[in-house]
Ligand binder design. Structure first.
Ligand SMILES: [Zn+2]
Ligand SMILES: [Zn+2]
Length: 58
């Protein structure tokens, strides 16, 4: 993936996940260069959200 802030290209596994510093839990991939919080693959997130919303009872 490419960092949306500095444009540095890195593998998602290279980025820092679950940094523990983001409010509400970290689900992003932080750039190893500038630590920008990049959203992980959007399609995957959409799928996950769908699953979560189905499972949730409001
Ligand atoms: Zn960056
Ligand atoms: Zn984070």
């Amino acid at each position: 993936m490419i960092c949306g802030f500095c444009g540095y290209e890195f593998d998602e596994s290279e980025g820092k996940r679950g940094c523990g510093g983001c409010p509400g839990g970290c689900h992003a991939v932080h750039c190893p260069r500038c630590n920008y919080k990049n959203p992980p693959e959007a399609a995957v997130i959409k799928k996950l959200k769908r699953i979560f919303h189905k499972g949730e009872k409001r």
